[in-house]
Design a protein around this ligand. Sequence first.
Ligand code: HEM
Length: 162
Amino acid sequence: MEFLAWIEQTTVGLWVRESTWGFPIALTLHAIGMGFLAGINFAFALRVLGVAPGVSLRNLVRFSPLMWSSAALSVFSGLLLLAAYPAKSLTNPLFYLKIGLIISGLVLISNIAAAVTVHFESKNSVLHGREKLSAVALLLIWAAAITCGRFLAYTYSVLTVG
Ligand code: HEM
């Protein structure tokens, strides 16, 4: 708890929590990062499942740099939000579930993107059931991560600063 109290009093924690624009800026950046990150994952998973067959999967893989930049923005803005109210999230099991889901989602999209690239390099454009199953898991993982994020605001039990 002493460590959490120290985080709350850092310049960053104070700025996000007590300045006029700190929290709105951090939350807006979080929403933008999350939207692009989950959005690109959803588009990719739906394409693997057969939606919009006219859109080339190879072209969708080109969104990778934007997806990873959005992931970085989500992490950066998430850390800002965390600095403002560290005890609120770090004492909530849902926060750790959310982080686990995010890591699983990022690992899964990397694996599916690598598998799809191998398919195209070997000139075999037919995807296996395994990739489709992974795409369904990807949709569920990101939906669950977003739900956990939203529910953090309603499920906390420790709030050491007002
Ligand atoms: C390491 C990365 C991340 C950290 C440390 C983090 C941390 C946080 C924190 C502290 C909050 C505020 C919770 C509250 O209101 O008490 C939050 C909100 C939220 N996060 Fe994250 N987050 C991260 C990444 C993500 C990602 C990748 C997603 C989804 C793709 C996500 C989805 C959400 C949602 C939906 C909210 C609620 C926003 C709202 O109140 O409207 N987060 N996050």
